[in-house]
Ligand binder design. Structure first.
Ligand code: BES
Ligand code: ZN
Ligand code: ZN
Length: 474
């Protein structure tokens, strides 16, 4: 929990003095001798200097190389926050004070890094060691109450998304995922409507139903809506997230060794959009936002759909399925068609969609494609603000030709090249509104600790969407 200047703090609460300039920091906390020591250490290019004042620890922490762009400097503060979180947990302190006189964004980023680094997923570990750190108290006059509340909300939402993604499928079926959304709606104040298998059949969502055929568990389609009475946007923003709670590949079983091990992460898009909505609603932003999540697992099974099947999608288009592992686009296509009824000003869709996006960019950025050219600058700006970077790929017509089928309107795979683009081209067949597509296959889940992103689920997308929508609500 992040809170303001805790004047009742115990005298032994560790203090972090944060600065972006080794010559400028709060010096009053030191004796002349200590100060001399700190200054000497900083001259030797140390980033952190620890002073043991016997009753408490004081750390001077320097970050942000002023020769680099602001957004890189901000990221350096988040990373410094991650490092200090381990130091504070090592000394088993319950709370910490961060003091920074003239800084705002830097303190917010440092605190964000610290709070996100403190995340743990201990639910299934008996006797798991819980981090000691619980409270981060800020003594930073330039940080407002509203800044702090927003940060708290966004951190909480990001950790919620991580919890959802880290949860294995034997604890998180499609129905259980929808239950989690209902609970989040109650907590944050947004409406949640869950369409169950009967409803989905009535609507003839052929993509979602086909992918679900091999499963023992029914699919769901969740519609979430938050509409502030003061909404600045007349037409809603619609978020769409891939909710494949587990992806075996279906009958086109995943071919690569161990590639199934982490496929519980295939609902990372749904976690991003639902938890971003959670933050937006909790912060009561003056906006109208809808979030849609088609959910199922993808498995081989007696009734499973097979390569060669032709299926009729919710939109009426027919698709020849040539690989059952390209299932995400099938369930998303139905959701994108469903989105049309909201007359959206913009649809932002997040999905762990292709290995190609992950191969091209690794864990460092999501593959981004859009038809909404006038929104590009705003999303690029948000991506830098929160350091959830995106790289644009083209939606050129020629890539669409790779999806031509001999016997149906489309086939669901485009061949060996440019997989992230052909996937997006497939989805483009189901939209009639300005559209952004984020392929987060490489960023949603990491296999080793990555600074404050932690190991496992990263919560990628929550901070990006939240920042973008917040800017749109101004
Ligand atoms: N869920 C996978 C994509 C994925 C890969 C997510 C790595 C996270 C990490 C998706 O459903 C998939 O299997 N895509 C196939 C598509 C192909 C068969 C056209 C892929 O990328 O190999
Ligand atoms: Zn797949
Ligand atoms: Zn998948």
């Amino acid at each position: 929990m992040i809170q303001k200047n805790n004047t009742n703090a115990n005298p032994d609460t560790p203090l972090i003095i944060l600065t972006n300039n080794i010559h400028r920091f709060h010096e009053k906390d030191f004796t002349a001798e200590q100060l001399q020591y700190v200054k000497k250490e900083l001259k030797d290019d140390k980033k952190t200097v620890a002073v043991n004042q016997y009753d408490r620890m004081v750390y001077v922490c320097v970050a942000g190389n002023s020769k680099k762009p602001i957004y890189i400097q901000k990221e350096e503060f988040r990373k410094a926050g991650h490092q200090m979180a381990s130091v504070i947990n090592k000394i088993k302190a319950k709370s910490v004070i961060i003091r920074a006189d003239g800084l705002r964004d830097e303190v917010l980023c440092f605190t964000e890094g610290m709070a996100l680094a403190n995340y743990q997923f201990l639910k299934h570990k008996s006797g798991g060691k819980k981090n000691s750190l619980e409270v981060i108290a800020l003594q930073a006059p330039k940080v407002s109450e509203a800044d702090m509340q927003w940060l708290n909300t966004v951190v909480e939402a990001t950790c919620k998304a991580r919890d959802l993604v880290n949860e294995p499928v034997n604890f998180l079926s499609a129905v259980q995922l929808s239950d989690a959304f209902e609970k989040m709606g109650k907590e944050a104040g947004f409406k949640v409507k869950v369409l169950h298998k009967k409803d989905i059949e009535k609507l003839k969502m052929g993509g979602l139903l086909s992918v679900n055929l091999g499963s023992q568990d029914p699919p769901t389609f969740t519609v979430m809506e938050y509409k502030s009475p003061k909404a600045k946007n007349k037409k809603p923003f619609v978020l769409v997230g891939k909710g494949v709670v587990y992806d075996t590949g279906g009958l086109s079983l995943k071919p690569t060794a161990n590639s199934m091990d982490y496929m519980k992460c295939d609902m990372g898009g749904s976690a991003a959009v639902s938890c971003a909505l959670y933050a937006i609603a909790k912060a009561k932003l003056p906006v109208h936002v809808v979030a849609l999540v088609p959910a199922t697992d993808n498995r081989p099974g007696e009734k499973a759909y097979v390569p060669g099947d032709v299926i009729t999608m919710y939109s009426g288009k027919t698709v020849e399925v040539l690989n059952t592992d390209a299932e995400g686009r099938l369930i998303l296509a139905d959701a994108l068609h469903y989105a049309k009824q909201f007359n959206p000003s913009l649809v932002m869709e997040f999905s762990t969609l292709t290995g190609a996006a992950s191969s091209a960019l690794g864990k460092y950025a999501a593959a981004f494609m859009t038809t909404a050219d006038n929104q590009k600058q705003a999303i690029m700006k948000s991506a830098e603000n929160v350091f959830e970077r995106i790289v644009e790929f083209p939606l050129w017509e020629e890539y669409g030709e790779l999806l031509n089928s001999d016997i149906a309107d489309l086939k669901n795979i485009g061949g060996p090249v440019a997989g992230m683009i052909t996937a997006a081209k497939f989805l483009e067949n189901f939209i009639d509104y300005p559209y952004m597509h984020f392929d987060i296959a490489g960023t949603a889940f990491v296999h080793a600790e990555d600074s404050y992103r932690s190991k496992g689920a990263t919560g990628y997308g929550v901070r990006l969407i939240a920042d973008f929508i917040k800017n749109k609500s101004k």
